[in-house]
Design a protein around this ligand. Structure first.
Ligand SMILES: [Zn+2]
Length: 317
């Protein structure tokens, strides 16, 4: 019996073109709003690519009509728990024919050298369940079809570290007949390496900032992109709340204010800014106004499950 609903054949899943779905929009391993944690889907001609695995992404992807069988690759910006915490559940709920899951090679790209080790540990932790379902349900061996890929830094990243992010060229990490994915280092101390990703397709281009302070490399990667999905922090919230000095300092040196997002977007000349991975309690109007102070183009504060068509400003949920 299939565990999926009729939505598997949803027209949204087979339409030609490029969609970006902000599956989850909340920042941090903290539940401050009803929004699920950070996760984004890039859908190209009905096949999809996932960036990060925040809390709730498994159900959010399913509710968006995405099925594991249509997943072609996944990408992890960095190894903070709010970006990878639900990866185990996502894999275990999207694996094998009984759940319309993936049955063939799925690369998962993430920061080297620890992404591969993390995924191997996850698979080892669920060895009992995986072994049972292979025999009992005829599923393929999850340990063989999930393929971790450690992203290796190129030569022009020499000297980079948690607080040193040299200007560099974007470098290719994935290519198939639908998309070329490039990466660049961003600055998110003390987490290193941390990446932003760019997806170039025949329909348009989208950049996902990952977690970063205001960073010139993001503008380099996003040059001329149709859509920039960027994180943002509400520093007033962390400055006025009952947070430690260390925690406020982390927010200041590792995340980007809305005005900073606006400066990056202007430097890159992007077509449309979408804010996702929101840390704080600002209203949507406040988030957007901060970006608009530095960027003349369209700005949208993402809602969970919202769908964007790069190159077309009007977005629908
Ligand atoms: Zn982070």
């Amino acid at each position: 019996m299939t565990a999926s609903s009729g939505a598997a054949a949803d027209a949204s899943n087979v339409t030609a073109g490029l969609d970006v779905i902000t599956l989850g929009t909340a920042a941090g391993p903290a539940i401050r709003s009803g929004a699920p944690g950070i996760a984004t889907a890039i859908v190209i001609d009905g096949l999809h690519y996932l960036v990060d695995f925040g809390l709730g992404c498994t159900r959010q992807a399913h509710d968006a009509g995405l099925r594991g069988r249509d997943l072609r690759a996944a990408f992890i910006t960095h190894l903070h728990s709010d970006h990878v915490g639900e990866l185990p559940a996502y894999l275990l709920w999207n694996w094998g024919a009984p759940v319309d899951g993936f049955t063939d090679d799925v690369p998962i790209h993430g920061p080297g050298p620890r992404t591969g080790a993390m995924i191997e540990h996850v698979l080892a932790a669920f060895d009992e369940d995986i072994s049972i379902r292979i025999v009992d349900e005829g599923r393929p061996d999850l340990r063989r079809i999930v393929r971790p890929v450690d992203i290796v830094l190129p030569a022009d990243a020499a000297g980079a570290g948690p607080e040193a992010t040299p200007a560099m060229r974007p470098f290719e990490i994935h290519r198939d007949e639908r998309v070329t994915v490039t990466a660049i280092l961003v600055q998110h101390p003390p987490v290193f390496p941390s990446f932003a990703f760019r997806f170039d397709t025949r329909y348009g281009s989208v950049v996902i900032s990952g977690d970063t302070t205001e960073c010139a490399n993001v503008a380099t990667l996003a040059a001329g992109a149709d859509l920039l999905v960027h994180e943002a922090v509400d520093l007033a919230y962390f400055a006025s709340g009952d947070f430690s000095a260390e925690f406020l300092n982390h927010q200041q040196i590792s995340h980007t204010t809305p005005a900073g997002v606006g400066r990056v977007a202007t430097a890159a000349g992007v077509g449309h800014v979408v804010l996702s991975h929101l840390a704080g309690v600002a209203t949507d109007a406040q988030w957007a106004a901060g970006v608009a102070a530095e960027f003349a183009g369209p700005v949208t504060v993402a809602q969970p499950g919202q769908r964007f068509v790069p190159g077309r400003v009007a977005a629908s949920s």
